[in-house]
Design a protein around this ligand. Structure first.
Ligand code: HEM
Length: 431
């Protein structure tokens, strides 16, 4: 037996009390790989995290329980189908495709600054989420977005109900009210999407957006079965705005806490065109400090701070033996706060992402978007949305937290790291 070490006074109890603190203690006291309880271990440092995420055959990604396939009894798509679906989606999500649509994205994110009331403290997540939902859904479905947005929103609501912590964890097959609600919303979204696909096919205009790319054959795999489109798009549609909204909460909080950084972003953003629709990828690329700040916030507060894998067979990790069937929790949060990767790791320092000439730099392993075969498909889109939203906000407003000794928000760690209830006030308002 060569099992990773456990916290001396019981890891699981510490974990249930405060998961972030326990993750940090585990990394500090037990090392790069540690055991939370028998059969559950944590990859805490960059090396083991990358190894797990890259060795996708040894460490399987469990299928998402949020939006399981509606029709097929077989459950998750087969690996070949997954690779095909990913390849065709990526044609619409890769950096060049995102760059070509910078103006549309900038018009979408600009609505956040346009709608911000300046006479009071405003709750941030409900302010940014609808803006990012409209921007993300438009990115996927272009002019068909208005028909799908209400259904996308309902999918998000269903997700919120599903992930709410509850006292009982029911087996996946139990049709709880939350799961029945989710299935109804998923069916409604799919039926609206089916009508859009039918219309596009009959008109012969498949579109150049992500849906259009999924409807076109790939030279390697041929045409993607339509059921795969309907099975995968609910999750991806919610992904376009759910995690980016959580990230935006952290970023706007940092603009409020670090006025010197906000000033530097405002100076950079002054060069953006007055009409956001004319923003180009050259403008976006010139927002170097803003991009550095977004990365630094994602380093310190990765919204997907803990990723789950299951060992398909016995495997070695960081010098320890991981039994087949064990759960491995990959922790970008502790990997990003490791002084071997980032000097003074707890310090907020956007400059670490800039080289001597102000060009982008990669100071350490960055896992906010994961890596390997299941790495984030929407990383380029998310970076564009968040960079533009940040620049447009800082150009127009100075943000501040409500006065008082206590933070006005709760850090939540279930289903992502978020600033629940965060309120900020904006001062300024020149367009
Ligand atoms: C700040 C925003 C975002 C963050 C921090 C983020 C983070 C991540 C992470 C860490 C993973 C890897 C999960 C794992 O390995 O278990 C992932 C996967 C994924 N992300 Fe994102 N994401 C963001 C935005 C987006 C957007 C805008 C999209 C829209 C297309 C998207 C679509 C996906 C998809 C489809 C996967 C699954 C890939 C697979 O399993 O093969 N994400 N994301």
């Amino acid at each position: 037996m060569n099992e990773p070490p456990q916290l001396p006074d019981g890891s699981f109890a510490a974990w249930n009390r405060d998961r972030l603190a326990a993750a940090r203690r585990g990394a500090a006291e037990c090392g790069d790989v540690w055991q939370l309880e028998p059969g559950v271990c944590v990859a805490a440092a960059a090396g083991p995290c990358e190894a797990v995420l890259h060795r996708a055959q040894d460490f399987l990604k469990p299928s998402s329980p949020l939006f399981p396939p509606l029709k097929r009894a077989g459950g998750a798509p087969a690996p070949e189908e997954h690779a095909h679906a990913r390849a065709v989606r990526m044609r619409g999500l890769r950096p060049q495709a995102v760059a070509a649509r910078t103006g549309e994205i900038a018009s979408g994110t600009a609505r956040c600054a346009d709608q911000w009331p300046t006479d009071r403290d405003v709750e941030i997540l409900p302010l940014v989420r609808p803006v990012l939902a409209e921007t993300g859904v438009r990115y996927l479905f272009s002019e068909d977005a208005p028909a799908l947005l209400p259904f996308a929103w309902q999918l998000f609501e269903a997700r919120e109900v599903l992930v709410r912590p509850s006292r009982w964890v029911w087996p996946r097959w139990v049709p709880t009210p939350a799961r029945r609600f989710r299935t109804r919303q998923q069916a409604a979204f799919t039926s609206a999407l089916r009508a859009v696909v039918r219309q596009r096919r009959s008109s012969g205009q498949l579109g150049d957006d992500v849906l259009g790319q999924m409807l076109r054959p790939s030279s390697r795999y041929g045409l993607l079965p339509e059921e795969v489109i309907f099975d995968t798009l609910p999750g991806i549609t919610v992904a376009t705005f759910e995690t980016p909204s959580r990230a935006a909460g952290w970023i706007l909080l940092h603009l409020a806490r670090y006025p010197w950084a906000a000033d530097r972003i405002a100076a950079e953003a002054a060069l953006l065109p007055a009409d956001p629709a004319t923003t180009t990828s050259t403008h976006l690329d010139s927002l170097r400090y803003t991009q550095a700040l977004v990365r630094e916030v994602l380093r310190l507060h990765p919204p997907s701070w803990l990723l789950t894998r299951r060992a398909s067979r016995q495997a070695q990790l960081g010098g320890y033996t991981i039994d087949a069937g064990s759960t491995v929790l990959v922790c970008p949060y502790t990997a990003h706060r490791d002084a071997r990767q980032y000097p003074e790791p707890d310090r907020f320092q956007p400059e670490r992402w800039l080289g001597d000439s102000g060009s982008p730099a990669s100071p350490g392993v960055f896992l906010a978007f994961g890596t390997g075969p299941h790495g984030c498909e929407g990383a380029a889109l998310a970076m564009a949305m968040l960079t533009l939203l940040t620049a447009q906000t800082a150009r127009r407003y100075r943000l501040s937290e409500p006065p008082g000794p206590e933070p006005g928000y709760r850090v939540t760690t279930f289903e992502g790291l978020a600033t629940a209830g965060l309120r900020l006030r904006a001062v300024g308002g020149d367009p």
